[in-house]
Write a new protein. Structure first.
Length: 124
């Protein structure tokens, strides 16, 4: 949907009465801001996909750890497997948390840029 929305917004802006009221440098600035949305939106969507993949991996690692933990007391070998599974789970969880933080940061940056565009280039 965003692939269609951004070019439509740029085209609508170029044909709007506001475009006629703006100076050529303001129009270039607004077009420059708008042209960056597509790449930043794609990067944000890629970060979301990476976050979703990290979440699935953390979930699987957590399930494996829980299963290993159930057998911990049966033998020393099972205890070592549970410890290893815990380490893998904690690592996967850290990767997920980092991916989530990246998604949040990119989302806020994209929203800020869109807000700047709206404030500068979109008038009622």
């Amino acid at each position: 949907m965003s692939r269609l929305l951004i070019p439509a917004l740029v085209a609508a802006f170029a044909l709007s009465p506001l475009a006629a009221a703006m100076s050529p440098s303001e129009i270039r600035t607004c077009n420059s801001l708008a042209s960056g949305f597509k790449a930043k939106t794609a990067a944000y969507e890629a970060a979301q996909a990476a976050r979703d993949e990290a979440a699935a991996e953390a979930e699987l690692a957590g399930d494996a750890w829980e299963e290993a933990e159930d057998l911990r007391l049966f033998s020393e070998e099972n205890a070592m497997k549970a410890d290893t599974a815990l380490t893998v789970y904690e690592s996967a969880k850290s990767e997920f948390e980092a991916a989530e933080a990246s998604v949040q940061a990119q989302g806020m940056a994209l929203n800020d840029e869109i807000s700047r565009y709206n404030a500068r280039c979109v008038k009622d």
